[in-house]
Design a protein around this ligand. Structure first.
Ligand code: ADP
Length: 505
């Protein structure tokens, strides 16, 4: 066959090698077609074992395969071993004369009257993966054309084997991922940049009571039936968390995260749902208990206050008696405030009796500031309001009054005499933002994430001697949450704090 005809066939073989990522298919393509470009009575693919000290011979053509016992060959055995060790092609007219022939390989070849031999290394860059082994009976004697074609064939096979390897590792990774996601109790859904569902694990199917296979490949906006989850996945926004009520009454916490490639390119977003039903139930039981205890304490505390007040008015008390009754009163007022705060918090958290109506937030702030004016005066604190005459929002006026009261009262309480407290109310597009700014003691950075937690109080030299229940900000946050608003703070220790909340306009 002429060289150009052989090259045309070679092109076809290379295409066939690339057609499948499965090594056995590639070997079959070689077994079927390699003989058309290089005459051979024997053809084998030798592959280096992972230990890199031995190799395996896969016979594709010729009966030699039956003669070789199925074993690994050491790398210092046979001509294939030599080719792999040196990384150089071996071309030889007479196998019997080659110094590296080994009985189990070349010995058997000689018995089949195979004489001429061509062994080409299979490489991946500098790394040798194995060798392609051709042998032929006389009168065939391999020449330089055979060597060139053999080299091209080996290059094609190396590339095909490498893509088979990559394909296998991707497939392995996929199956590990599928196994992890499949057995995870947390429900996971991944949505691509275009809003198409890319993945939903069985736990997600169970949580949504939907067939996950029917969701994959479709827009989340149409196939995700749970409205809160759909909104979370579809609405543009930052990574966030939300509580979601499932159809079967369970409560899940959904965390929305961005999915990015290792290069930081955003490919979509994932929502992970964790069942928090038990936690919510515990929280509810705890609140109920606190509510019951607070409720039962309210009356006895009022009685103590009343009795002590009566006592102080009932006649002349000596200095020690006066001191004792003042301490009883101070403690009782504190307990009364604590119990009221706890009862309030319970009601707000249970979303009980929130009366939403249109109201003027600026008017509300003016009223609260008028109430607190004497206290500010006593500390020579300048109290200023920066707001339009009217600022309309909808909300529960009594509860929002409580928020303003807590924030402005704190600002006065935690600002030394001679300071300033400024309240600003601004409409910012769809939200109204209220800020209470002071130039008081500020809050240490480590405490800032905790100040909205129940009972949290900053313990420092600056706060020593300032009393409080640690519930005011927790109440403020619950009220703002109930209004679907947001509350936050900015503070710098020793310089002052700004507490702000936003409400839908
Ligand atoms: P408290 O009854 O202790 O004032 P809050 O819940 O209102 O409870 O506030 C929690 C804590 O946050 C306070 O104890 C105080 O340490 C800190 N804090 C609140 N407001 C301010 C402020 N304006 N400046 C400095 N610290 C503040």
């Amino acid at each position: 066959m002429k060289l150009n005809e052989r090259l045309a066939y070679l092109g076809e073989i290379l295409i066939n090698l690339a057609a499948s990522p499965i090594p056995s298919h590639q070997f079959q393509a070689l077994a079927d077609q390699a003989g058309t470009v290089i005459p051979c009575g024997f053809l084998a693919v030798c592959l280096l074992n992972p230990d890199e000290r031995s190799y395996q011979v896969h016979t594709l053509l010729g009966d030699l395969g039956n003669l070789i016992s199925p074993r690994s060959f050491a790398l210092n055995e046979g001509i294939a071993g030599l080719t792999m060790r040196t990384g150089r092609t071996t071309l030889c007219d007479d196998i019997s004369q080659h110094p590296h022939n080994c009985p189990d390989l070349e010995g058997n070849a000689l018995r089949l009257n195979l004489r001429s031999m061509l062994v080409v290394p299979l490489r991946q860059g500098e790394r040798v993966l194995g060798a392609l082994y051709f042998a032929a009976q006389p009168p065939v004697v391999y020449d330089l054309d055979d060597l060139q074609i053999g080299t091209l064939l080996a290059a094609g096979l190396s590339t095909a084997l490498e893509s088979a390897h990559l394909y296998q590792s991707v497939a392995d990774e996929r199956s590990v991922l599928a196994a992890v996601l499949g057995s995870s109790k947390d429900a996971v859904i991944v949505v691509g940049a275009e809003g198409i569902v890319l993945l939903a694990n069985p736990a997600m199917g169970e949580a949504l009571r939907q067939e996950t296979q029917a969701m994959i490949g479709h827009p989340a906006a149409t196939v995700v039936t749970q409205p809160q989850l759909r909104e979370l996945l579809v609405a543009p926004g930052e990574e966030t968390t939300a509580e979601i009520e499932l159809l079967d009454g369970r409560v899940a916490q959904a965390s929305l995260i961005d999915v990015t490639t290792p290069l930081g390119e955003k490919v979509g977003r994932a929502a992970i749902l964790r069942d928090i039903t038990l936690l919510k139930e515990l929280e509810r039981m705890k609140s109920e208990f606190v509510q019951a205890v607070s409720h039962d304490l309210k009356n006895p505390i009022s009685s103590i206050i009343l009795a002590t007040e009566l006592l102080t008015k009932s006649g002349e008390l000596n200095a020690q008696q006066q001191d004792l009754s003042r301490r009883i009163l101070d403690t009782s007022y504190f307990m009364d405030a604590l119990v009221s705060d706890l009862l309030d918090l319970g009601q707000i958290e249970a979303r009980l009796g929130l009366k939403i109506a249109p109201l003027d937030l600026a008017g509300l702030a003016r009223a609260v500031m008028a109430d607190l004016y004497p206290r500010a005066m006593a500390k020579h604190i300048e109290l200023t309001l920066e707001a339009a005459d009217r600022v309309n929002v909808s909300g529960d006026s009594q509860r929002l009054r409580q928020v303003l009261m807590n924030l402005i009262e704190n600002a006065i309480k935690y600002t030394p005499a001679g300071g300033a407290v400024t309240v600003t109310i601004e409409t910012n597009g769809a939200v109204v933002v209220t800020q209470v700014r002071d130039n008081g003691i500020g809050i240490p950075a480590t405490s800032q994430p905790h100040v909205f937690e129940k009972f949290y109080r900053v313990r420092s030299e600056a706060t020593a001697g300032i009393s409080g229940t640690g519930l005011g900000l927790a109440i403020a946050r619950s009220i703002i949450d109930a209004h679907r608003g947001r509350i936050w703070l900015e503070s710098s220790e020793g310089k002052g704090s700004t507490f702000a909340f936003s409400l839908p306009a």
